[in-house]
Design a protein around this ligand. Structure first.
Ligand SMILES: Cc1ncc(COP(=O)(O)O)c(C=O)c1O
Length: 484
């Protein structure tokens, strides 16, 4: 029977508890609003603090849900079309860790895309899975990572028939999806699970203008940062499961492993309410957001010297479909790097976009944006294009080096004895550190891989121009930790 999506069980339980206003001898110590710094309270108001509760008799327990939280999770499960769903209070980061540990551990093989978020590496480190990597194809014109294809996954299984699961990031930050239906078929033919990092895709279930969601496309598990694309608080996410291949009790044990024993009721209530909002108004609002973004894209593409990537990407570089609410904008034709465009938009026009890479900036349009926001973005771009109209096109970004040799697993490398050596001596050594220059934000080397000359040369160039790098403990990369 269909559930009543107008219910808000966790929110209601919290309000009911507040209405009773018991003499309070539990954690948290602030005892509702009384113990809050007056300046903070004045700025925020009282109500939010009254909702910052714990596992009272009315408010259930995330780690063994059977009451209000369970009902809230079941409502979310229905809305996002899973068999069952769990709320997450440590972001999609802990969801990705859980998926990977559940699919493969202790030397079992798991396939990870090379553009995976670093939480995937954490999952490998915690669980001891043995990764085989798939490199998404590169879309040369925009310098973006494209999709993973079913053929690539089939090829991987031919080499590693023992592989127990495949992770795919879909949609990516830039809204690029892979052919999940095709990949799910390949995985299931090999009795392996498809795990989708859908951190950026919870809204896809609500409009035909967007790509299909992972649960709709046959994935076994997916993780969504509800906070990234709908109205919940930062750090609140969900994991959805729809599969006969996933061991539910093991997955739930792994969730205990990676989450706090004091989960925030503010985060969980915000998940309940974001689900409610999406159920009530989501379809209309996501549709409106898509149309706003599509209209803005057309306007941006009419500005001489500036371009916004669109549907023409579909079919190239493994790109299955594009989520058009992501606006990838480039002023490379008039010589402006993405980093500089982002800075200029904020400093000079008060327009703040999500991220920049060498060629592009990325603006995320959600159901909460108004046309006025997009008008301000378009007007700023028009002005910039006029100011820089004589600029010369940027040279293409440098090609990424080939994947280095795998020597030991990320977990073995993490716990191995290490020593620090001068960066200049690193070629040929097994790195104890992951290094991901940003952009593209893809690790060029993982812990446990051998430093090749090509990877060293690429990183050296980033180091020389003081580019930003994720991973190394010496941020200037004058030294590197290696496995002894
Ligand atoms: C693709 C992808 N996966 C996972 C995450 C982690 O999500 P969260 O911030 O919800 O922990 C991010 C964060 O940016 C991401 O971009």
């Amino acid at each position: 029977m269909k559930k009543d999506q107008d219910r808000t069980p966790l929110f209601d339980a919290i309000r009911e508890y507040d209405a009773r206003h018991p003499a309070y001898f539990r954690i948290p110590g602030h005892r509702y609003e009384n113990g809050i710094d007056p300046k903070f309270r004045e700025a925020v108001g009282d109500e939010i603090f009254k909702m910052d509760l714990t596992e009272t008799p009315l408010t259930d327990d995330l780690h063994n849900a059977s009451g209000a939280i369970k009902e809230a999770e079941d409502l979310a499960s229905e809305l996002w079309e899973s068999d069952y769903t769990h709320f997450l209070v440590n972001g999609s980061t802990c969801g990705n860790q859980t998926m990977i540990i559940t699919a493969a551990n202790n030397g079992q093989t798991v396939c990870i895309p090379r553009n995976a978020h670093k939480s995937a590496l954490m999952g490998l480190t915690l669980g001891g899975g043995r990764p085989v990597y798939i490199m998404p194809q590169i879309e040369e014109e925009w310098g973006l990572h494209g999709g993973i294809t079913p053929a690539q996954v089939e090829e991987m299984f031919a080499k590693y028939p023992e592989c127990r699961g495949v992770m795919v990031v879909s949609p990516t930050y830039y809204g690029i999806t892979s052919d999940l239906e095709g990949i799910a078929k390949v995985c299931h033919a090999h009795n392996a699970v498809l795990m989708v990092d859908e951190a950026h895709g919870a809204h896809c279930y609500f409009s035909d203008l967007l790509p299909k969601g992972a649960m709709q496309a046959g994935a076994d598990m997916c993780v969504q940062s509800i906070h990234k694309v709908t109205g919940s608080f930062t750090q609140s996410s969900m994991i959805h499961v729809k599969s006969k291949l996933v061991d539910r009790s093991f997955l739930e044990a792994n969730l205990h492993l990676v989450q706090s024993t004091s989960p925030s009721y503010l985060l969980m209530a915000s998940l309940d309410m974001a689900r409610h909002d999406m159920a009530m108004r989501g379809a209309q609002m996501v549709d409106d957001a898509s149309r706003l973004a599509i209209a803005a894209r057309a306007e941006i593409n009419n500005i001489k010297g500036i371009r916004c990537a669109g549907k023409e990407l579909e079919g190239r570089a493994g790109i299955y479909r594009l989520d058009e609410t992501r606006l990838t904008i480039s002023a490379a034709q008039i010589g402006i790097r993405g980093f500089d465009l982002k800075k200029m938009l904020f400093d000079e026009y008060n327009v703040d976009v999500e991220l920049a890479d060498y060629r592009n900036v990325l603006a995320i349009v959600t159901f909460a944006n108004k046309k006025e926001d997009l008008d301000r973005l378009v007007d700023a771009l028009k002005d910039i294009a006029a100011r820089f109209k004589d600029g010369q096109p940027l040279p293409p970004a440098r090609q990424l080096p080939p994947q280095p040799e795998y020597v030991i697993s990320p977990r073995e490398a993490y716990f191995a004895k290490k020593k620090r050596i001068p960066w200049a001596e690193a070629v040929g050594k097994v790195s104890a550190e992951m290094i991901a220059p940003y952009p593209p934000g893809i690790p060029l080397i993982y812990q446990g891989e051998r430093m090749s000359q090509e990877v060293w040369d690429y990183l050296e160039e980033v180091r020389q121009r003081k580019g930003h790098m994720h991973g190394p403990s010496d941020v200037e990369l004058n030294t590197l930790q290696i496995i002894e």
